[in-house]
Design a protein around this ligand. Structure first.
Ligand code: CAA
Ligand code: NAD
Length: 387
């Protein structure tokens, strides 16, 4: 297989420009593609700003200008992929749009080129059906912000070849991370949300319940955010990821996993009003002055409880093991830390299954959501052996 030199990133938004930046930093040629010049220009400007920051810190081995000279811009996907060795699709979370992108790439890229999707949730196998090279279609799931989050999931579609996966693993391993060493997880089965997003997905069912309860009781998002600890409070993280990405993901999970994932009232309203979070300047919070800071004066909502999120994630981690998406709970814990800076939930809870089953039953009682039903592997405690 040809060495990867030319990378095409389709979609120059928050993920696309991050993927472009780390690819440029290892000496690769990058073409950023979007549907309008203004979007490509904005993506390019973000990368340029990041490179200049790194240059000022003496963290680059060549000048920012020399690096940026390897970055091309395009709004013509068909011609942009003519010399591509790998294409990474990072457009909106919509299957039809992604399939159209895969089709155009397949029709115009060289035969050896790998086509990867950065989808958060959706089936790589289905995207590959839009091409005549399903063996070269894979998932490459980066985490936001790409230059700072260590995780990349490399995902097998049903027809992906081992060769394509190994090539993508090799490429992923070369990409720098500004905060520590990259962790590349091989995802063995093409299931909704893969590993990291799947384990955390049902927490969104709980979050939707809490958001709607807060709206009903007139509790502020600032107070709700004071209920949680961790690298980013719940509403800030939702805005940071993007309410559109969250909404589309929930709709997808509601069709593929359980209707319990259907977006709640608050998330639907924000989505319908175009309040998409950081990218539009307004979501749960106002982002016009940058990332919202915690406001202790708002007090606490005293609604969101960590014990529920832990039980939910442990149960879902067991489902991921049952389905063979990965074979080890250690991988799940590593993935959570590398992708979300979240301490592992599986290891430290060993032998704690009975307690977690109780908590899950309490949640079902409270929310009426049957998806929280403890799975067989959790109840049997056999997951502990799947190290
Ligand atoms: N280029 C160059 N430098 C950059 C840069 C870039 N692109 N981005 C950031 N930096 C620099 C900053 O300038 C800063 O430099 P200084 O220390 O010199 O000021 C440094 O990197 C650190 O940046 P921040 O101050 O922004 O970092 P932080 O310490 O506040 O941490 C965070 C930010 C890592 C994002 C942390 O808040 C966090 O872990 N949040 C959780 C994020 C998370 O969960 N992400 C996953 C979301 S889910 C997902 O992505 C999957 C999906 O499919 C939806
Ligand atoms: P974004 O809205 O910031 O960027 C998407 C870009 O794609 C936009 O600039 C849009 O103009 C462009 N686009 C739309 N249709 C296009 C087409 N046909 N051809 C070329 N460009 C097109 O979104 P994002 O947050 O960067 O998310 C992009 C993808 O990455 C989604 O699939 C999302 O689920 C996934 N993802 C997002 C995150 C996150 O935290 N935001 C993390 C991991 C994965």
């Amino acid at each position: 297989m040809v060495d990867i030199k030319n990378v095409v990133v389709v979609g120059a938004g928050q993920m696309g420009n991050g993927i472009g930046q780390v690819s440029l930093m290892v000496g690769l040629n990058v073409t950023l593609v979007d549907i309008k010049d203004e979007f490509v220009d904005a993506g390019y400007a973000n990368i340029d700003e990041g490179m200049k920051k790194l240059e000022a810190k003496g963290a680059l081995s060549e000048s920012a200008d020399d690096i940026m000279a390897r970055c091309k811009k395009s709004t013509d996907l068909a011609s942009a992929v003519k010399d591509a060795d790998i294409i990474i699709e990072a457009v909106v979370e919509n299957m039809d749009v992604k399939k159209q992108v895969f089709k155009t790439c397949d029709e115009n890229a060289p035969a050896h080129c790998i086509i990867a999707s950065n989808t958060s949730t959706m089936s790589i196998t289905e995207m590959a059906t839009a091409t005549n090279r399903p063996d070269k279609c894979i998932g490459m799931h980066f985490f936001n912000p790409v230059p700072l989050m260590r995780l990349i999931e490399v995902i097998y579609g049903e027809k992906s070849s081992d060769e394509s996966i190994e090539k993508a693993m090799e490429f992923a391993n070369k990409l720098p991370c500004l905060k520590g060493k990259r962790y590349i997880a091989k995802v063995l089965k093409d299931r909704p949300g893969f590993i990291c997003n799947r384990v955390t997905a049902p927490v969104q069912i709980y979050n939707n319940y809490v958001f709607d309860l807060c709206a009903e009781k007139g509790i502020s998002w600032k107070a709700l955010d004071n209920d949680t600890r961790g690298p980013m409070p719940t509403c800030v993280l939702a805005d940071y990821v993007g309410i559109d990405t969250l909404y589309h993901g929930q709709v997808y999970y509601s069709k593929t996993l359980s209707p319990d994932f259907a977006p709640g009232k608050v998330v639907s309203q924000l989505f319908n009003e175009g309040k998409l979070g950081k990218k539009t300047g307004q979501g749960f919070h106002d982002w016009s002055q940058g990332r919202p800071k915690p406001d202790r004066s708002a007090g606490k909502a005293r609604i969101m409880k960590l014990k529920y999120s832990i039980a939910i994630m442990l149960n879902e981690g067991c489902r991921v093991l049952e389905e063979g998406v990965t074979t080890s709970w250690e991988v799940i814990d590593q993935v959570l830390m590398a992708g979300m800076n979240m301490p592992g939930i599986m290891g430290p809870n060993v032998n704690n299954s009975a307690k977690q089953v109780e908590v899950l039953n309490e949640l079902i009682e409270m929310t009426g959501k049957k998806y929280f039903t403890p799975c067989d592997l959790l109840k049997s405690e056999k997951w502990v052996e799947m190290k």
